[in-house]
Write a protein that binds this ligand. Structure first.
Ligand code: HEC
Length: 132
């Protein structure tokens, strides 16, 4: 193979790889996944509301989520992102750079999803921005 053939071969190789992986990359940039099994579930939202008081979330965020020491939960400003996976890791304490107390030792995933369902029920921002 001469040098030109090698170059063409490499370009063809890269093109093939790009064709294979570009759709995968594009997919990961799509809308975030809806992971919470309790979104919109009225009973889970009520349980989430109880947990919100019991575990002191309301102490910082206010019972209605209006804010105070913690960020407001009713608006469309989400410091780390609004999707389910982000809020789950934020509440667990897995998100680096978050200043919120970690609840990963205290609460299980099921309880946290119910809390998130409650947080979703407080939202008063633009419905077009809902990603959950
Ligand atoms: C000691 C005060 C405090 C407590 C208690 C607390 N939070 Fe927070 N919360 C914060 C702070 C501060 C932030 C902002 C975190 C950041 O900037 O990284 C936050 C952020 C959040 C966010 C993201 C808000 C946004 O706009 O980005 C959610 C959702 C949330 N908290 C839910 C909860 C839940 C659910 C609980 C109870 C399990 C809870 N918080 C308990 C202080 C608190």
């Amino acid at each position: 193979m001469n040098e030109l053939n090698v170059t063409i071969g490499l370009l063809a190789g890269f093109f093939t790889l790009w064709c294979l992986f570009a759709p995968v990359v594009a997919e990961s940039e799509e809308e975030p996944k809806k992971l919470n099994p309790y979104t919109g579930n009225e009973q889970a939202i009520q349980e989430g509301r109880k947990l919100f008081v019991t575990y002191g979330c309301s102490g910082c965020h206010g019972l209605g989520g209006g804010g105070g020491m913690g960020h407001p939960l009713t608006d469309d400003v989400w410091k780390h992102g609004s999707d389910d996976a982000t809020l789950m890791s934020l509440i667990k304490g897995d998100l680096t750079g978050s200043t919120m107390p970690k609840f990963g030792q205290t609460l299980n995933d099921d309880q946290i999803w119910k809390l998130i369902a409650y947080v979703r029920s407080l939202y008063q921002g633009d419905p077009a921005l809902i990603k959950w």
